[in-house]
Design a protein around this ligand. Structure first.
Ligand code: ADP
Ligand code: GN1
Ligand code: MG
Length: 366
């Protein structure tokens, strides 16, 4: 991706139909993929989200935005029917002045804009278990809301996104190419992944055997992809809809556990500070099953535990792959950040393995 110049940024802001004069623009949020900015109205009465879509990651921004418009239109109708507030409970795409869902800049960058959902908190880390519980309810509810969405109408925005065996193959390719000459220094981490190759197949095999259903899932259910209402402290809006695609409930459940069921940052450099929390796992399971559980079979519930372990292992593999390839995928702010991220995931995987039976018992309990 090209560097965003001031000129390109301001042209992008001018391209959208904000229906007001715009003023200050600043970088915003802590996503690893897109370039996110906040654009203020000149009189500071309101603000907007302006994002350059990462087109290295999402190669077809037209298809991506078609998905997002379809999904948010669908959600808006459900929210209205349930007496909710569609301005706050789903993303609202702001069109360009020409009425298009995104804008292409002079460098070929693709930009979109959303209404800013005000009076919300976006957490980077679990601060108390009530927050984690409401995030669980919110993602569970999101899955329910999309149960009747016509899955076949969605484009696959990233092919094989949670195909863990394919992620494993990409990891092996990065090890054998060793583009940066780093493989020798991370032999222990490479070995960690290799001894778990067989595990990578568990969920795709369950799907292939028809034991668990394909659903429309979010696929990137980090804590910071839910906005929590500042007053009610309830999760209100699921954001970052770039990867809404057919997937498994285990992916959504698992990715939230990966990110949230611990007391550390995703990139914690000191592994002695990284602990998988069975208690937070229980909190999340209870919240998630309270909204999504009714539609799930016993087998699908069991798959959630595998989802937790495999989404964590897969993400660790992806961070390690990116480190080996020279950090071209995930945004970094320091050289070894992806390696620290990978190590953190592997420490969490070990924690989960040590408590796998207890995780199964918890899932069966709710
Ligand atoms: P990325 O794919 O890079 O993670 P996100 O779409 O998640 O990008 O946006 C990054 C951050 O911007 C979010 O974590 C959140 O803090 C903030 N954000 C995104 N959309 C909105 C919105 N509509 N209202 C308020 N904050 C938002
Ligand atoms: C990325 O976009 P963001 O920061 O919400 C990534 C996820 C990873 C996550 C790890 C499209 O999520 O798959 O799990 O980083 N998104 C994409 O933090 O690759
Ligand atoms: Mg995000």
């Amino acid at each position: 991706m090209k560097k965003i110049t001031e000129e390109i940024l301001h042209q992008a802001a001018q391209a959208f139909d904000f229906a007001c004069e715009t003023g200050e623009i600043a970088r915003y949020g802590e996503g690893h993929i897109n370039d996110t900015f906040v654009v203020w109205a000149a009189d500071k009465s309101k603000r907007f989200i302006l994002q350059r879509i990462n087109t290295d990651t999402f190669k077809k921004p037209d298809e991506l935005m078609e998905n997002i418009c379809k999904v948010t239109d669908f959600l808006r109708k459900i929210i209205e029917k349930n007496g909710g507030d569609p301005e706050r409970e789903t993303l609202n795409v702001i069109p360009t002045v020409d009425g298009a869902p995104f804008y292409t800049d002079a460098d070929g960058g693709a930009w979109r804009a959303y209404k800013f959902v005000e009076n919300t908190i976006c957490l980077q880390k679990v601060e108390n278990e009530n927050d984690f519980y409401t995030v669980a309810e919110t993602f569970g509810n999101f899955q329910n809301q999309l149960a009747a969405f016509p899955a076949a109408s969605l484009h696959e925005t990233i092919a094989k996104f949670h195909d863990t065996p394919n992620r494993y193959r990409n990891f092996e390719k990065a090890v054998s190419e060793d583009a940066m000459g780093r493989a020798e220094d991370v032999a222990a981490e490479i070995d960690f992944v290799r001894t778990r190759e067989a595990d990578c197949h568990v969920l795709v095999d369950m799907l292939a055997k028809g034991e668990i259903p394909l659903r429309v899932t979010h696929n990137d259910t980090k804590l910071n992809n839910v906005l929590i209402d500042e007053t009610s402290k309830k999760g209100i809006c699921v954001i970052d809809l770039d990867t809404v695609m057919p997937g498994l409930t285990a992916y959504d459940f698992g990715d939230s556990i990966r990110f949230g069921a611990n007391d550390c940052a995703e990139d914690e450099p000191d592994q002695s500070k990284v602990h998988f929390s069975l208690h937070l796992f229980e909190v999340f399971t209870k919240g998630f099953l309270s909204t999504a559980g009714a539609a799930m079979s016993e087998q699908e519930k069991i798959s959630l535990v595998w989802g937790a372990k495999l989404m964590t292992l897969e993400c660790g593999m992806r961070f390690l792959t990116d480190y080996l390839e020279g950090n071209h995928y995930f945004h970094i702010s320091r050289p070894d950040q992806n390696l620290d991220r990978a190590r953190t995931q592997f420490t969490l995987v070990k924690g989960m393995e040590a408590q796998f039976d207890s995780m199964m018992d918890i899932v069966k309990k709710f």
